[in-house]
Design a protein around this ligand. Structure first.
Ligand code: SAM
Length: 273
């Protein structure tokens, strides 16, 4: 491994004070960063997309793990620090300046499979996750997602029926993928520490159930959880055919959305697709 200056020194030298607006909470602990980079399994020779490298803590861990990294960073202030890292790893690190929400990730990765790892900026985390998990095309080009979220959001992703955190995000994450909470990360691990605890979730694509449109499923869960305290006969009233589908499936229309299994939502969406 190339000898790199300590991260804190790099940050001080480039005057990288954390910007709240950009959701910047940096990680410095190398052991923790190596553990995060190990969550998807060996990255040796694998292509990785990282969103928001910031000063490059996780990027360094990914490079230590042997990955070929493409990193998208929006904050221009971080680019000089990152270009030092690119100089140390010219063949294995590519930094792209831009907004990850506006870029086509598959195109950026040249149509090849890739893993996604990121200590996500909290303000865009859910939007990116929804985009990666959505769409009709499955399996996706990414092979796994390893992402830092606020713990509350991570719990919504892995929640099971009956839990208060169970909702649209859980169905989206679980209907054709396996999602698990890989590790909790204490707020004190970050500089500056955020107000809340964080957690890493890991997602791997599974098999897409046959005959189900992602768009239709999204429409059903949006309506069902949009009025989560109401009975399904009320919340799904505006979705044509949904109540008939419930009856055909033997699902009681007096139930509430949070009592339905992910497979029930899939079955309803299949009837409507
Ligand atoms: N990866 C670093 C670490 O773990 O220490 C920094 C993580 S920090 C939570 C989030 C990073 O995402 C910041 O560097 C921020 O500038 C960047 N960022 C915020 N919004 C972004 C966007 N829309 N596209 C790309 N990067 C973004």
């Amino acid at each position: 491994m190339v000898d790199l200056p300590p991260l804190r020194e790099v940050i001080a030298r480039h005057g990288l004070s954390a910007s709240k607006a950009l959701g910047q909470n940096f990680l410095f602990d190398e052991q923790l960063l190596d553990r995060i980079a190990a969550v998807p399994g060996s990255l040796e020779g694998k292509r990785v997309l990282e969103i928001g490298p910031g000063p490059g803590g996780l990027t360094r861990a990914l490079l230590r793990a042997g990955a070929d990294v493409t990193a998208i960073e929006m904050d221009r202030r971080c680019l000089p620090a990152l270009s030092e890292l690119t100089m140390a790893f010219p063949d294995r690190l590519r930094v792209i300046e831009g907004d990850a929400l506006k870029l086509d990730h598959n195109e950026l990765m040249g149509g090849e499979p890739f893993a996604i790892l990121s200590n996500l900026p909290y303000n865009v985390g859910t939007a990116l996750f929804t985009r990666w998990m959505g769409g009709e095309l499955w399996p996706p080009q990414w092979t796994s997602l390893t992402l830092m979220f606020q713990q509350e959001v991570a719990q919504r992703i892995v929640a099971k029926p009956g839990m208060s955190a169970y909702g649209r995000l859980a169905v989206l994450a679980q209907w054709r993928a396996q999602a698990r909470l890989a590790m909790k990360v204490h707020r004190s691990a970050f500089t500056p520490p955020p107000k809340v605890m964080s957690a890493i979730i890991h997602v791997e694509p599974g098999i897409m159930p046959k005959g189900v449109s992602a768009r239709v499923l999204e429409r059903v869960t949006e309506a069902a959880f949009g009025q989560r305290r109401k009975m399904l006969r009320q919340s799904l009233k505006g979705v044509p055919g949904a109540l008939g589908a419930l009856e055909a499936l033997g699902l009681d229309t007096q139930r509430r959305a949070e009592t339905l299994e992910v497979s029930d939502f899939v079955a309803i969406a299949r009837k409507l697709s």
